[in-house]
Design a protein around this ligand. Structure first.
Ligand code: AMP
Ligand code: MG
Length: 343
């Protein structure tokens, strides 16, 4: 009997330790709680202040993972992958959530005259941007891919679902899904009673409530060419900010940068634009618009904001005439504190 006592004792200690681990952490109501996780191929940081922050953050990550499982084209079992496999053969029914997101995505396609186009999947593969095996494709490969691109080749029907008019077409929601997930995660935090919150998915961020040290939040805009530098800071009381650029996914070939945002009309990566940052009321809008404006360029981009998205504002960073130089252009209403001069 006595030989078993230490075991019992150890079990009891372990039990207490587990109980303590499982017990909710007591936190002050105004304490900031932050968690970072890797989802959708990027590091997400969720930060919040409120009554049940730990539980709220857990729920926010559950929501982000749920959307990854629904919309990722890297997951063969996702709803979007199922559509890509079967929609050329017949109608594919989809959840109302995916349907609504596709409908809004095609809305951005229409208003940007195809600059934003979620059917770019085959082109993204052709240039090696999907699996980071970047290369210059042969012109015939680009042409073949381009024949499978075009939002007008996809039909949506509220009863029947999604149908493709050409085989091999591939939907890719990489330019909007993260923004949408930021909005859904923020909604979850609000529902849980958060006093303030920030959801950061790298290039896409959304905030709600006051920042940790002042009434406004401050966002750094990454310098598109100088690692570790910021171009400037954007103050934001609520809403979202998104940056699209060629810095993270792209390659150099004979002195030219080829980034992962393609012009669906030419089938080639957009050149001449280094980054576009958009501030919008929602992260979905900021995400879709930063990609659309990256393709549209300054003049058409500003017009799109003025005519269709008066609540959104943009900063364009363009390559200058001599290599290594760049210039800024902003739409009316873009407020920021530049730190890095044009050069
Ligand atoms: P973002 O970083 O939000 O600008 O999204 C870029 C991603 O969207 C790329 O990695 C592609 O998956 C996809 N994409 C590239 N070009 C376009 C385009 N013209 N319209 C819509 N999605 C695009
Ligand atoms: Mg985007």
């Amino acid at each position: 009997m006595s030989a078993r006592r230490p075991v019992t004792h150890r079990a009891a200690t372990l039990g207490i330790a587990l109980l303590l681990l499982g017990a909710p952490v007591a936190r002050a109501a105004d304490e900031w709680v932050t968690q970072a996780r890797y989802v959708m191929g990027t590091v997400w940081t969720v930060e919040t202040r409120g009554p049940r922050s730990d539980e709220a953050i857990e729920g926010a990550f559950t929501e982000i993972r749920r959307l990854d499982a629904l919309l990722s084209t890297y997951r063969p079992e996702s709803e979007l992958s199922r559509v890509n496999r079967s929609a050329a053969k017949g109608w594919v029914p989809v959840s109302s959530e995916t349907y609504a997101l596709l409908e809004r995505s095609f809305g951005y396609s229409k208003e940007s005259e195809g600059a934003f186009d979620p059917t770019v999947g085959t082109l993204i593969r052709a240039w090696g941007f999907k699996y980071l095996d970047y290369h210059m494709p042969a012109p015939s490969v680009v042409e073949a891919a381009r024949a499978k691109v075009g939002f007008r080749k996809v039909r949506l029907d509220p009863q029947k679902g999604v149908r493709f008019d050409v085989p091999g077409l591939e939907l890719d929601l990489g330019a909007i899904a993260k923004g949408y997930a930021v909005d859904r995660a923020l909604d979850h935090l609000k529902r849980m009673g958060a006093v303030s919150a920030r959801v950061d998915a790298g290039g896409n961020q959304g905030v709600w409530g006051t920042g940790p040290t002042r009434a406004e939040w401050m966002f750094g805009i990454k310098h598109p060419r100088e690692d570790g530098e910021i171009l400037g800071a954007v103050p934001l009381a609520a809403g979202a900010v998104s940056t699209s650029g060629d810095a993270e996914r792209g390659f150099w070939h004979e002195g030219v940068r080829y980034g992962h945002i393609v012009d669906p009309h030419s089938g080639r990566p957009v050149s001449g634009m280094l980054s576009v940052t958009v501030v919008s009321p929602t992260a979905e809008e900021a995400d879709a618009l930063s990609t659309a404006l990256y393709v549209l360029g300054v003049e058409k981009g500003k017009r799109l904001l003025r005519d269709r998205h008066p609540g959104s504002h943009a900063l364009f960073v363009q390559a200058g005439k001599t290599p290594g130089t760049f210039t800024y252009a902003t739409s009316d209403g873009f407020r920021w504190h530049p730190q890095f001069p044009e050069r």
